[in-house]
Ligand binder design. Sequence first.
Ligand code: IMP
Ligand code: MG
Length: 185
Amino acid sequence: MFMKTDDICKEILVSEEEIIAAAKRVGEQITKDYAGETITIVGLLTGCVPFLCELIKHIDLKVEVEFMRASSYHGTIKSSNEVKILKDLETSIKDKHVIVVDDIIDTGLTLKCIVEMLKLKGCKSIESCVMLNKKAQRVNDYEPKYFGIAIPNKFVVGYGLDYNELYRNLPYVGVVKDEIANGGN
Ligand code: IMP
Ligand code: MG
């Protein structure tokens, strides 16, 4: 069922139930993989927030949560090669087991760049975890170790994903109507 304020989606691609099930599966996998360790989740603002909240409930470890803000899309749909750090970490990740969490991997530019930058800060290990994996447009060989759901090459919103900073609050992932995704407004 669409939300009343949803005037952008033509169909629901991933339901809330599917996202919660994926977060549970990935959270349980992380719990197994890091048994006995303390981990640091680094969320990429703002898109990571709803999925991160769901994910950490299913990680039965000692967990620190930190945030960064990077920008590669600058409010539009097209990706650019440049990743800007708009908000950096506030605590040290030296000697920590880090997992970077984001809403989606698309070209892979953002996540690869952030992971490379965080490696330089001397963490003990670093992996990444995304809610959605859009493989069709990948421009590099980067693959996140953990992902919730693989999706086709469609522009989507909801559950953290935005169109011009809106629609992050939709409790599902929906496909944006063609006339909007193709540049209309
Ligand atoms: P990448 O660097 O191309 O992998 O892009 C990652 C970022 O692009 C994500 O964190 C999102 O902010 C944004 N993005 C990629 N695909 C979509 C989409 O379908 N809807 C909304 N944002 C997207
Ligand atoms: Mg993002």
